[in-house]
Design a binder for this molecule. Structure first.
Ligand code: HEC
Ligand code: HEC
Length: 633
């Protein structure tokens, strides 16, 4: 195919998704004009109208957790209440907003309906004659990237802000409910009646049992791979851990008995959900910068068409990776070549969602600002913070993000919790059906029998894009990362127990010089709306982050939406602070209702150390001035 023919097909598709956008504007709900927030209109002015919000909150991205018919019939493990019901889902901090198109589900829940003939573990059938387009329930971006806070008595929705969703608790809840349905005859009876309806028969019940067992088998294996004792609590998820383990699970799915199973890599480095305004302007994304939008000195991984439409294949790749992790179904084959890997990933929708994000603005501080004090804070910001956190070398609409290498033991360096960055570069697995496939799908070194998961992820993503959209994938060849396996240090090589192996791995990370053993200094626009802070969510408020590390709370509670206007973050509750006792008798704290998770900074993955960029030297007056200024960003 000639270059221009290639481009022609791409622009055709780009045009098609532009059209989709127009349709979306017509029929999506979630109205509300921009303006002062009220109960009926809790949104801040962020550049989106009701149609754009409607197009963000509930469309499918190809995420398939369980069949919608099952979801509607599923009871909680502990009683007969519906699991997928807004009140129950609110326990995990999923939210609802006015005018949702599908008000029986919270923000971020989407129904995915597509032909499933080419799919694998999400192709289930439980009655004869069942069609190939069974609707499935899954999540989309908005579940994790929409904040809801109670500011001065008002409920505010921040689009693209971090949610408080407890993903770990949610998945465990779903798995427990599925298991209880399978294991309890009364529960199964009620479930089967609802799911089968007019098709209820002994034979169909037997088939349904088998299909339920299959899904439980999948979930059980997934839980084995992710298993960790560390609790995430509200507002955190080890996204890379879950995505990596999903890739290794897909890579070996259906291999004959006796084949090497996927390697379990504990998802024990949960991170705070990042905010999404401005992301289209940054050269690197993710806490460790592993998604390169514009490599240093290189060209952005996107194409701009004459009509102004942008094909952002870096974003497509990143979002496709996210769908893999968040209940996407991908069929990894040994030699599919131009056919790619069939999958449930909805590339058109991902492009659409990304387009919306390009129009999203940071939320303005909704309270009063002490201007004189903020003016005092500005020079402090310029002096102590701007060097890392401001936009630099803005070029073609993208600026260079400052990435700061981790430096253990250097009190002035980046010595925050290293686990997210270390896991991402050091986790490996048996590569199953990816074994031997070029790392870049078409080219590059062959995938080894045991391979870095970051590489297996990019191979899977490019393979999935090939199946959707051959031309994009050809452009997307430079998505691959080329993560080198870390050299084993003596500590790593001689480790015996899991704890020692973990220490050895960290040792290798620190000695590796990996370009991704770093954390990103994001811009701080709208930072007031994104507590808790640091990549691991270990610092509850901006005020606390400006304290010397040893003065930050060592323990605090999360889960409330009640906002702390003076400290800038969520209320941590009366019990937080030194020692952090469990709230008396487990009673809710009236100042911070919902604060049900105790965050202990003493655990790996939870450390609140580091980021001590001279803030310790600030006087209390200067600290408050800087805090006031941060509200204005
Ligand atoms: C299940 C929760 C979840 C869903 C669904 C989800 N994300 Fe995320 N997202 C996260 C987490 C957690 C991170 C941080 C991962 C990391 O860097 O370690 C993240 C990171 C990102 C980043 C990087 C931000 C930055 O500043 O570097 C972008 C961009 C992003 N997500 C966009 C999206 C889009 C677009 C979608 C939907 C197509 C989506 N996410 C769906 C949880 C989610
Ligand atoms: C040397 C570079 C550097 C300097 C100077 C610096 N930061 Fe940071 N900042 C970072 C990095 C890197 C991170 C991410 C670290 C992490 O999450 O573990 C970060 C994280 C943050 C976060 C958390 C962001 C989030 O989404 O949770 C805030 C807030 C912040 N910095 C504010 C400041 C302020 C205010 C100053 C000035 C007093 C400052 N920083 C100075 C590099 C820097």
């Amino acid at each position: 195919m000639t270059g221009s023919a290639k481009l022609g097909r791409i622009s055709l598709l780009a045009g098609a998704s532009l059209l989709l956008g127009v349709v979306a504007c017509k029929d999506m709900g979630a109205g509300g004009k921009p303006g002062p927030a009220t109960d009926a209109n809790p949104w801040l002015t962020q550049g989106w109208d009701g149609n754009q919000r409607g197009a963000w909150y509930q469309p499918t991205q190809g995420s398939r957790l369980l069949p919608w018919a099952w979801a509607k019939a599923l009871e909680r493990a502990e009683d007969q209440q519906a699991f997928f019901e807004n009140g129950n889902l609110a326990r995990f901090r999923f939210i609802t907003v006015p005018n949702l198109k599908n008000p029986q589900l919270p923000v971020g829940f989407a129904i995915d309906q597509q032909p499933d003939d080419q799919l694998s573990y999400t192709k289930l059938r439980w009655f004869p004659g069942q069609k190939n387009q069974e609707p499935w329930l899954g999540l989309n971006c908005a579940a994790c990237h929409t904040a809801n806070l109670e500011f001065d008595g008002k409920s505010l929705v921040v689009d693209g802000g971090p949610s408080l969703v407890d993903f770990q608790g949610f998945i465990e809840g779903v798995d427990a409910a599925l298991n209880a349905t399978y294991g309890n005859a009364d529960k199964f009876d009620r479930f089967a009646k609802k799911v089968l309806g007019g098709q209820d028969s002994d034979a169909n019940r037997a088939t349904l049992t088998g299909e339920l067992q299959k899904l439980i088998g999948w979930e059980t294996e997934n839980a084995r791979l992710n298993k960790t004792d560390l609790r995430y609590g509200y507002g955190r998820l080890d996204a890379f851990g879950h995505i990596f383990n999903k890739v290794s699970q897909l890579a070996v799915y259906g291999l004959p008995a006796g084949s090497r199973p996927a390697t379990a890599n504990p998802s024990d480095a949960p991170v705070s959900y990042p905010f999404l305004w401005n992301i289209y302007r940054e050269s690197q994304l993710q806490w460790n910068g592993i998604v390169e939008v514009r490599p240093k000195g290189g060209k952005p991984k996107r194409i701009t068409f004459p009509n102004g439409k942008i094909l952002d294949y870096s974003a497509l790749g990143r979002n496709a990776g996210e769908v893999v992790g968040v209940f996407g179904d991908v069929v990894i084959k040994p030699n599919p070549e131009m056919g790619g890997f069939d999958s449930s990933i909805r590339a058109d929708q991902l492009d659409e969602l990304e387009g919306l994000l390009r129009q999203l603005k940071p939320p303005p501080w909704p309270g009063a600002i002490n201007r004189a004090r903020a003016d005092q804070g500005k020079p402090l910001y310029e002096q102590h913070c701007a060097g890392c956190h401001s936009e630099k070398n803005l070029n073609g609409g993208i600026y260079d993000v400052t990435m700061v290498p981790l430096a253990a033991g250097d009190p002035g360096g980046n010595n925050t919790d290293p686990w997210m960055a270390c896991n991402a570069v050091s986790y490996e697995s048996a590569s199953g059906r990816l074994n031997g496939r070029p790392r870049n799908y078409f080219s590059g070194p062959p995938t080894q029998e045991t391979e870095a998961l970051a590489n297996m992820l990019t191979t899977t993503v490019v393979g999935s894009l090939v199946a959707k959209w051959q031309q994009v994938a050809e452009q997307a060849l430079d998505l691959a990362l080329g993560i080198e396996k870390l050299p084993k240090t003596t500590k790593a090589a001689t480790a015996v127990s899991p704890a020692e192996r973990k220490k050895g791995r960290l040792d290798s990370c620190f000695k590796s010089n990996s370009p991704y053993f770093k954390y990103k200094a994001r811009t701080l626009e709208g930072i007031w709306a994104t507590a808790p802070y640091l990549h691991d969510g270990s610092v509850p408020t901006l005020y606390d982050l400006l304290l010397p590390p040893e003065k930050r709370p060592t323990c605090f509670y999360v889960g409330t939406r009640r906002y702390n206007v003076s400290k800038v973050g969520y209320q941590t509750g009366a019990e937080s602070g030194a020692g952090c006792p469990t709230p008396a008798g487990g009673k809710p704290d009236p100042a911070a209702p919902g604060n049900a998770f105790r965050f202990d900074v003493a655990l790996d993955g939870n450390r609140n150390v580091g980021h001590n960029y001279k803030v310790g030297q600030l006087s209390e007056d200067q600290r408050l001035a800087l805090l006031e200024y941060l509200k204005t960003l």
